[in-house]
Ligand binder design. Structure first.
Ligand SMILES: C[S@@+](CC[C@H](N)C(=O)[O-])C[C@H]1O[C@@H](n2cnc3c(N)ncnc32)[C@H](O)[C@@H]1O
Length: 234
């Protein structure tokens, strides 16, 4: 991974944090040793370098369902899902290297065989896989980038919504949670523009018994501060 990252920095580019604490030598060695076995990044980069829209990347076919989590952070939800549903594939995309290292450590310790990781900026991964190839997409508390001048760094844009809608097999399979009312409002207004393509969307405030409540570090921090967790499904 490290060599392709220095050769093709464009596909890894992102304007937020990428490493918070130093990666240990053991984690670095683990990444060097097994990351490529659990990743399609080299194929994705090749796809973009030799662009041909008819030659999208094929996802493994031995799983009953394909799920994607974009921006999995520490990977708690990704790992939990992979353990709970061993027959389903979980693709985790994350630019934050510590998160990649943590999931790889779990893959190696628990012998998980149903995770694919990507360290690329998610847009490149999403553009390279076939339309209608994904059962569920999860985006758990994406960075809200509240300041107006930072709004364009947000993961959710009109183009990304269009792409996500094209990737899912059936409507109402994209799940987004956030604790930011501002981001929520902007996402709802973007999604509303696509209502013709998605039928409708569902918006609710989550409570303790809901499946996606309290499932990640960012969510738990927000809950501790007394914030609400909103869920959008479309
Ligand atoms: C606010 S954090 C939330 C992390 C985790 N989902 C949670 O709730 O604890 C957002 C995460 O999305 C990742 N991220 C943001 N934009 C991304 C992109 N374009 N591609 C891949 N990961 C991205 C960031 O690195 C960060 O770890």
């Amino acid at each position: 991974m490290f060599s392709s990252k220095s050769e093709y920095p464009k596909y890894y580019s992102y304007k937020g944090r990428k490493i918070s604490k130093r990666i240990s030598l053991t984690q670095k060695e683990l990444i060097n040793k097994i990351y490529n076995q659990y990743s399609l990044d080299e194929q994705i980069i090749k796809y973009h370098n030799n662009y041909d829209s008819n030659k999208k990347i094929t996802l493994p076919k031995r799983f009953t369902k394909v799920n994607i989590e974009i921006g999995f952070g520490d990977g708690d939800f990704l790992i939990k899902n992979a353990i709970s549903y061993p027959n389903e594939l979980f693709i985790g995309i994350e630019v934050y290297l510590n998160g990649i290292a943590k999931v790889l450590t779990n893959i190696s310790n628990i012998k998980l065989e149903n995770i694919i990781l990507s360290h690329l900026n998610s847009i490149y991964f999403l553009e390279a896989i076939p339309y209608r190839s994904v059962d569920k997409i999860f985006i758990i508390n994406p960075d809200p980038w509240i300041k107006k001048k930072h709004n364009k760094r947000r993961l959710i844009s009109s183009e990304v919504i269009k792409l996500l809608i094209n990737l899912i097999k059936t409507k109402n399979s994209i799940y987004i949670t956030t604790d930011s009312e501002l981001y929520l409002k902007d996402m709802v207004s973007l999604i509303s523009k696509h209502v013709g393509n998605i039928g409708t969307y569902d918006l609710r405030i989550l409570s303790k018994n809901d499946r996606l409540y309290g499932i990640s570090r960012y969510q738990r921090k927000a809950i501790e501060k007394g914030e609400k967790i909103y869920q959008l499904i479309f």
